[in-house]
Design a protein around this ligand. Structure first.
Ligand code: ADP
Ligand code: MG
Length: 619
C-alpha cells in the first residue's frame, strides 16, 4: 500500500493555525494592539472600517523593526519575546508565542511599514495569504504601522461567517477597551468608518475609566487596594447601587492582561454579597498583580484563560479585598428592596389615561352586530364603547346584554338599583365591585360569579398592547420634556442606542442632540415616567445586548416586552379602587385579555356553580 501521510504545506498549516488565533476582526485588533504595547509605544492609533472586516490598522510609536525582523515577524514561531522554555515562567510581555502575525498574514492582505530609531529608512512589506508581494525601503516615521485588509479574503466560508459591521465593531470596541484599561499610561485613539470614537490621553486609571465609560462613572467608583505576599490587588469597583442588569463593565486583569475567570468573578460577587439587588451585576475594574511564575498564561492561544498556582487563596484575598473596601467606604446594604409594604404610598396608577376613566356610553350600541374590538386597530376605543368589554367578558349574563348602556357598570358594581348616570351623562365611577387581594390580585364581581385578576400580568398586557399599537400606528402619544434629560452612555451602549433608535422613536421616545458620550432625550412615551427613563433605557440596552441581531419586528416586540415588564405595577403595590377599575377596563379592551405577553394566565373566574359545588361537595 502506498504511503498516505504527508506534511501539510506551510500555508495550509498557517491557515489552520489561524483559526485558533483569529476568530473575527476583534481578535486581530487584540493581537495588533498588544504588539504595539510590547513594542513600548506611548501612543497607539486604531483605525477600523466596516467593523474591521475591510480594514484594521494599528499605528504605534514604539520600537519598530529592522528590515530583517520585518520579514521574519510573519514566520510562525518567530518572536523576539522569549528564547527558551524557561522564559515561559517569567513573561512580562503580552505576546510570546510568535504566531499572531503569521496567522493574520495567512488569511488577509497585510501592509507593514516600520522603522527603528537608529535606521534612516523604513521597511515596507506587502504580504497576502502568506505570499510576500512587495519588500522595499521607504520613508516612514519611527514605529510601526500595520494594516490588515479583507480578513478571510481567501477563506470565503469564514468570511461569510462574520456578522454585520455593527456587531463586529462592538467586539472590536470591547477588545480596545480591555487594552486601553490595562494601559492607562498609553494614549489611544480609535476611529471607525472615518469618525473618531475615542481619544484617550495618557492618564491615571480612574480618568481612563471615565473617558471610556462616561463621566457619570467617576462618582460611582470605589477604589480597591490590598497587598499580600501572594498578590497585590488594585483598581476600582462600582458602588452596588449602580449595579446593572448586564455584565457589561466587568474587567479583570492579571499582570495587566485581560482574563476571563469565572472562579475569580465568583469571588468578586461574594464580596458584594447582600448589597446587590437580585439579578444585577456590579461593575468592576480589578487588577491583580502576581509573580509571573505563579501564573500560566499559555493554556490557550488567545491567552484570556490562565491557570494560577494557588487559586483558592486568591479567591479568599479577592473576596475580602472587596468586602474591606465596601466597608471602608461605608457602603451599606440597599434596604429598599425589602422594605415594609405598609409604608408605601398607594400606587398612583401610572397610565395617565387610565387614572380618570371616562367611560362613554354608546347609546347606539347594538349587541347583535360584530363587536368593534375585532375590527378596529385601536383597542382603547373599543374599551370605551363598552362593546368589546361585554363581548370578551367571560360569564356574562344575558340580562346585562339586554341593557347595553348599563351593562358595564352592572357587571362591575353589581348594584343596578343605583342611578348610574350622572347629570353630565357619564358613568359614575362605581368601584364598589372591585377590591384588591393581598396587593396582588384584583377581585371583581361578574354576573356569574367572581373574577380574580393578577394585577401585574394585567398591566403588562395593557402596556404591551399600547406600546405595540404606538409602533404599528406610527403616531405614539409623546410627552415633551421641558428640560431634556442628558444621559451618558459608553460607546458600546451608544452603539446599541443607535441600533434601537428607530424602534424607540416608534414607541414615542424622542431624542435631541447625540454626542459621542451622551444623548439628549427630549420626549418620552406617555407611559414612561420621566424619573424612570434613565434606568429603563439602561435595562433596554442590557436586554438588547443579550440577544443582539434580530430583525425589525421582533426588535420592537422585544422592546415592548422589556418595557412592559419594567413599567408594570409590581406585586405588592397597593392600588386605589379607581385605578383597579381602570385596569380591569383596560385589560378587557385588549385584543388578548387571557394571557400576559409572557404567556402566563392573567385571570381566573369562580362561577356561582363552582362555588355551590365546592360548598356542597361534602354536604
Ligand atoms: P509575539 O507577539 O507572540 O512575539 P507576533 O506574531 O505577534 O508574536 O509578533 C512577532 C514579532 O514581531 C514580535 O515578537 C515582535 O518582535 C515583532 N513585532 C510585532 N509587532 C510589532 C510592533 N508593532 N512593533 C515592533 N515589533 C513588532
Ligand atoms: Mg503578538
Amino acid at each position: 500500500m502506498a504511503n498516505r501521510i504527508h506534511v501539510l504545506p506551510e500555508h495550509v498549516a498557517n491557515q489552520i493555525a489561524a483559526g485558533e488565533v483569529v476568530q473575527r476582526p476583534a481578535s486581530v485588533v487584540k493581537e495588533l494592539l498588544e504588539n504595539a504595547i510590547d513594542a513600548g509605544a506611548s501612543k497607539i492609533e486604531l483605525i477600523v472600517k466596516d467593523g474591521g472586516k475591510t480594514l484594521i490598522r494599528v499605528v504605534d510609536d514604539g520600537s519598530g523593526m529592522s528590515a530583517e525582523d520585518a520579514l521574519l515577524c510573519f514566520k510562525r514561531h518567530a518572536t523576539s519575546k522569549i528564547s527558551g522554555a524557561e522564559d515561559l515562567f517569567r513573561i512580562q510581555t503580552k505576546g510570546f508565542r510568535g504566531e499572531a502575525l503569521a496567522s493574520i498574514a495567512a488569511i488577509s492582505q497585510v501592509d507593514l511599514l516600520t522603522r527603528t530609531a537608529d535606521a534612516r529608512l523604513a521597511t515596507r512589506i506587502r504580504i497576502a495569504g502568506d505570499q510576500v508581494q512587495e519588500h522595499e525601503e521607504a520613508v516612514g516615521p519611527e514605529g510601526t504601522s500595520l494594516s490588515v485588509k479583507n480578513l478571510f479574503f481567501n477563506i470565503p466560508a469564514r468570511r461569510n461567517f462574520l456578522k454585520s459591521g455593527k456587531v463586529e465593531f462592538r467586539h472590536v470596541l470591547e477588545e480596545f477597551q480591555r487594552v486601553a484599561l490595562a494601559h492607562p499610561g498609553v494614549g489611544f485613539r480609535l476611529v471607525h468608518n472615518d469618525s473618531e470614537v475615542h481619544q484617550l490621553p495618557a492618564s491615571k486609571l480612574r480618568q481612563r475609566i471615565d473617558y471610556l465609560f462616561g463621566n457619570r462613572m467617576n462618582s460611582r467608583l470605589v477604589p480597591i487596594a490590598e497587598e499580600t505576599q501572594l498578590a497585590a490587588i488594585g483598581g476600582f469597583i462600582c458602588k452596588p447601587e449602580f449595579a446593572k442588569k448586564s455584565r457589561g463593565e466587568q474587567y479583570f486583569f492579571v499582570n495587566d492582561r485581560f482574563i476571563k475567570s469565572p472562579y475569580l468573578h465568583h469571588a468578586v460577587m461574594t464580596g458584594f454579597e447582600g448589597l446587590l439587588k437580585p439579578d444585577t451585576f456590579p461593575g468592576y475594574f480589578l487588577f491583580l498583580q502576581v509573580p509571573p511564575e505563579t501564573v500560566d498564561v499559555n493554556i490557550h492561544p488567545t491567552k484570556t484563560e490562565v491557570k494560577f498556582e494557588d487559586e483558592q487563596s486568591l479567591y479568599a484575598i479577592l473576596r475580602s479585598a472587596i468586602k474591606h473596601s465596601l466597608g471602608q467606604f461605608n457602603i451599606r446594604p440597599v434596604l429598599d428592596f425589602e422594605h415594609d409594604q405598609n409604608l408605601e404610598t398607594p400606587y398612583a396608577y401610572k397610565d395617565k389615561e387610565a387614572v380618570t376613566p371616562q367611560v362613554q356610553v354608546d347609546r347606539n350600541f347594538n349587541p347583535f352586530s360584530e363587536p368593534e374590538a375585532r375590527s378596529t386597530s385601536s383597542y382603547r376605543k373599543a374599551a370605551k364603547s363598552g362593546a368589546s368589554w361585554e363581548a370578551l367578558y367571560e360569564g356574562l349574563g344575558a340580562a346585562a346584554v339586554a341593557e347595553p348602556g348599563h351593562a358595564q357598570v352592572e357587571i362591575e358594581s353589581g348594584a343596578p338599583s343605583e342611578p348610574l348616570l350622572d347629570t353630565a351623562g357619564l358613568l359614575k365611577q362605581d368601584t364598589r365591585g372591585v377590591f384588591q387581594l393581598a396587593r396582588r390580585y384584583i377581585v371583581t364581581r361578574i354576573t356569574s360569579g367572581l373574577m380574580l385578576i393578577d394585577q401585574t400580568r394585567a398591566h403588562q398586557r395593557v402596556l404591551y398592547e399600547q406600546l405595540l399599537e404606538n409602533i404599528t400606528q406610527q403616531e405614539p402619544v409623546v410627552q415633551t420634556l421641558i428640560f431634556p434629560l442628558k444621559l451618558t452612555f459608553s460607546p458600546a451602549e451608544m452603539h446599541v442606542m443607535d441600533a434601537l433608535s428607530e424602534s424607540l422613536a416608534g414607541m414615542g421616545f424622542r431624542f435631541g442632540d447625540r454626542h459621542a458620550d451622551h444623548l439628549e432625550v427630549i420626549g418620552l412615551p406617555v407611559l414612561v415616567p420621566e424619573a424612570e427613563a434613565p434606568d429603563l433605557l439602561d435595562g433596554l440596552i442590557a436586554a438588547w445586548q443579550q440577544h443582539e441581531g434580530t430583525d425589525g419586528f421582533s426588535q420592537s416586540d422585544r422592546l415592548a416586552k422589556t418595557l412592559c415588564r419594567k413599567l408594570a405595577i409590581r406585586p405588592g403595590t397597593p392600588m386605589e379602587p379607581a385605578a383597579q377599575l381602570a385596569l380591569v377596563n383596560d385589560l378587557f379592551g385588549c385584543r388578548e385579555s387571557q394571557l400576559s405577553p409572557f404567556h402566563k394566565p392573567i385571570h381566573m373566574t369562580l362561577s356561582l356553580e363552582e362555588l355551590d359545588h365546592k360548598l356542597n361537595a361534602h354536604g
